[in-house]
Design a protein around this ligand. Structure first.
Ligand code: SF4
Length: 349
């Protein structure tokens, strides 16, 4: 576990990280990307970290890959590339840099390392896990193969390198339906998200069998919650992530991955929108879409929220938190991830 007292002692010896309204005033171009959701006093607190991280990135020839669920000061303040898991995986495979800092969770950093074995991949907090990734091991894949002989295994990218290595191909929530449909087999095994698998099955002509994992953030929503939201705030577009249960997805006006949600809201510009997903998603797109009013709810991912500006700065300063993947495992896992990237490109996703 990261010792935050030690982290703060080290940082205070090298950086002036006191809140500074003056420094914040000189960073209005950055603040403009988050001024609907971050107050000026909060930005004055973030500004010294943002300045130090952005300077250190140049020194280390580093890039920060920021997931859509990062808080706005990370998403808009220091990330070089932002997006969903698929977009970040594709970026990791072709970005020109010596160091990748993964502002996301551990399986994403592993994916970056798998795709870029020659680069240093930093995870600012090794405890930023994922309930889905923790729900299955490579033995679980073997069990599923034994139960459904001959069926290909499609594993969500929210899995460990060992699970990817045991799978035939990976998927993300933005390409799962297309990948399952493109496979030749009639029965497809999906792991580890039971709800994503059921939602895919509803849109596919295949028989989809699945592992019983779930996301602790998305499984909290119920169809009754959505009906209550509609009654409370009529006219609001309800937009759900496919890690939600099929009942929730059925009750929503639209369902899609985080990039699909962004596309839908950008194209349709509803007057009011409620994003049935992780809390920071709405905050991160609020400034880009001033005409859309984003209304509750706010379920936070405790794993994503482990990543902070302070931990990013510490990791870049010390180069601690390097992610390693066993080369034999990485080679097999790369095959599954690359198969997904190749198929996504072929399908024009
Ligand atoms: S939001 Fe859910 S799927 Fe995403 S990292 Fe958190 S627990 Fe995992």
């Amino acid at each position: 576990m990261l010792d935050l007292t030690h982290v703060r002692t080290v940082l205070s010896e090298h950086y002036d990280l006191a809140p500074s309204a003056e420094l914040a005033d000189g960073m209005q171009d950055i603040y403009a990307r988050m001024d609907r959701v971050v107050t000026p006093p909060d930005f004055a607190t973030f500004a010294p970290y943002i300045k130090a991280i952005n300077a250190l990135k140049k020194e280390r020839n580093a890039v920060i890959l920021g997931h859509n669920y990062m808080t706005p000061e990370i998403f808009h303040g220091v990330s070089d590339f932002v997006g969903d898991s698929l977009q970040l995986a594709m970026k990791a495979s072709d970005v020109e840099a010596d160091v990748i800092v993964q502002a996301g969770v551990h399986f994403m950093a592993e994916t970056s390392k798998i795709l870029s074995p020659g680069k240093t991949v930093l995870m600012p907090d090794m405890e930023a896990g994922c309930s889905l990734a923790e729900s299955i091991t490579a033995e679980g894949i073997d069990e599923m193969r034994a139960k459904y002989p001959g069926a290909p295994v499609v594993s969500y990218v929210n899995t460990t390198a060992e699970v990817k290595a045991a799978s035939d191909i990976c998927c993300t929530s933005s390409n799962a339906v297309q990948i399952v449909n493109a496979l030749e087999a009639e029965t497809v095994i999906m792991t580890p998200d039971q709800y994503l698998a059921q939602n895919v099955a509803n849109e596919s002509h295949k028989t989809v069998v699945y592992w019983p994992g779930s996301c602790i953030v998305h499984e909290q929503y119920t169809a009754q919650d959505l009906r209550n939201f509609r009654e409370w705030n009529p006219g609001t577009k309800l937009i759900a992530h496919p890690e939600c249960t099929p009942d929730v997805v059925a009750e929503a006006d639209f369902s899609g991955s985080t990039s699909g949600i962004l596309k839908y809201v950008t194209e349709t510009k509803p007057e009011k929108a409620m994003l049935i997903t992780e809390c920071s998603m709405a905050s991160n797109i609020a400034d880009e879409l001033p005409e859309v009013e984003f209304v509750g709810p706010c379920n936070m991912c405790p794993y994503m929220k482990k990543i902070t500006l302070e931990k990013i700065l510490y990791s870049l300063h010390t180069m601690e938190g390097q992610v390693e993947v066993d080369p034999v495992v990485a080679e097999k896992a790369r095959h599954a991830v690359q198969a997904m990237i190749d198929m996504s490109r072929k399908l024009g996703l």
